[in-house]
Design a protein around this ligand. Structure first.
Ligand code: 5AD
Ligand code: FES
Length: 351
């Protein structure tokens, strides 16, 4: 146990801000006891803001075609072993209809960057159809980088939220995770545009991505402090066998939990999922994520027939299960740790 780290965790909880040097002291100096200390504080914060309620979002992975070539990702365009698929508008709508029956009131449409097949106008049409069929639901998009006017069109069509992990707030690190045709500045510009357009905006990182240092993590925490995302997606990096990072070690489970706790303390009202990657690295990872301060779970709503094809990393859970099974599974898992799944839309409300 480190006296200094505890002081800093207390300071973070009180002031919701640490300096770069202080963040570095936390990442360089924390041990298991400090992590438990942060988790307990984060969990209490979460309970104070959200009670023991966990929001669920149904995620529809509607295309695994991607024009990008991120070095970590299993659906990168260079992976010729990936079997590609695209869902039709009707198929996407059916997934949402099914999800509605299970109590989902947020639908997350996610895909590779497949803007050629799904231009903004087509996505806008899908969003309008979902909103028409289910006016009480939120629509979240996770489609990667677009131009501001495209995001504006999607917002006008009724999309409420947008997830776009920044992946790392260090430019140097960003350039080691992505091919040279991808730009750190453009990604950051996208996040700014999304926020300005009134989307509840999600940023985030993979913990333990190759070349990540504690300096990178400090930079990520400073970015969150300034940008104040409404949502933060954090999971461990997990290698995929058909990527250049196939032999890289997976990210640390414990550090992922620590990051979740620190994010909760930094932004008490942030919507913070216990991610599928966290459930993949440990069978009870999502439960432990909730106990460390997470308050959202995003079960899969994709047709079981395509799930195995949306493999961002090896070993992804839930690829054999039906939407119904995942929904019940999550309910049972939450109940076992004293939490309750709520069917509320779960908008960002608390600062
Ligand atoms: N391991 C963990 N997470 C990954 N993602 C992509 N590839 C991997 C991987 N190998 C994450 C990225 C992306 C999100 C959709 O999935 O952070 O933004
Ligand atoms: Fe999919 Fe448990 S959440 S099987």
């Amino acid at each position: 146990m480190s006296e200094r780290v505890r002081e800093l965790i207390d300071k973070l909880a009180a002031e919701r801000c640490l300096s770069r040097e202080e963040w570095l002291s936390v990442f360089d100096g924390y041990d298991g006891d400090d992590r438990a200390y942060a988790a307990e504080k984060a969990r209490q914060t979460s309970l104070k803001v959200f009670g023991n309620k966990i929001y669920i979002r149904g995620i529809v992975e509607f295309s695994n075609v991607c024009k990008n070539d991120c070095l970590y990702c299993g659906i990168r365009r260079s992976n010729s072993s990936a079997v590609r698929y695209r869902l039709t508008d009707d198929e996407i709508l059916s997934c949402c209809d099914e999800g509605y029956e299970y109590g989902f009131r947020t639908f997350v449409l996610q895909s590779g960057e497949d803007h050629a097949a799904y231009p903004p106008e087509r996505i806008a049409g899908i969003v309008r159809r979902i909103k028409q069929a289910h006016p009480d639901c939120a629509v979240t998009l996770s489609l990667g980088e677009m131009e501001r006017e495209d995001y504006a069109l999607l917002r006008e069509a009724g999309a409420d939220r947008y997830l776009l992990r920044h992946e790392t707030a260090s430019r140097e690190h960003y350039e080691r995770l992505h091919p040279s045709e991808m730009s750190f500045d453009h990604r950051m510009k996208c996040l700014e545009d999304l926020k300005e357009l009134g989307f509840q905006t999600g940023a985030g990182i993979m913990v333990g991505s190759p070349f990540q240092t504690n300096e990178c993590l400090a930079e990520d925490m400073l970015f969150f402090t300034g940008f104040r995302p409404e949502m933060i997606g954090i999971g461990p990096f997990l290698p995929h066998k058909d990527t250049p990072f196939r032999d890289q070690p997976k990210g640390s489970y414990e550090l992922t939990l620590m990051m979740l706790s620190l994010c909760r303390l930094l932004l008490p009202g942030v919507l913070l999922p216990a991610t599928t990657a966290l459930g993949t690295i440990r069978p009870d990872g999502r439960e432990q994520g909730v106990l460390a301060g997470a308050n959202v779970i995003m079960p899969n709503l994709s047709p079981t027939a395509v799930r195995k094809k949306y493999m961002l990393y090896d070993g992804k859970i839930c690829t054999e299960d039906s939407s119904d099974a995942c929904r019940s599974c999550i309910q049972a898992r939450m109940k076992r740790i004293g939490y309750e799944v709520t069917v509320a839309r779960g908008d960002h409300f608390y600062d």
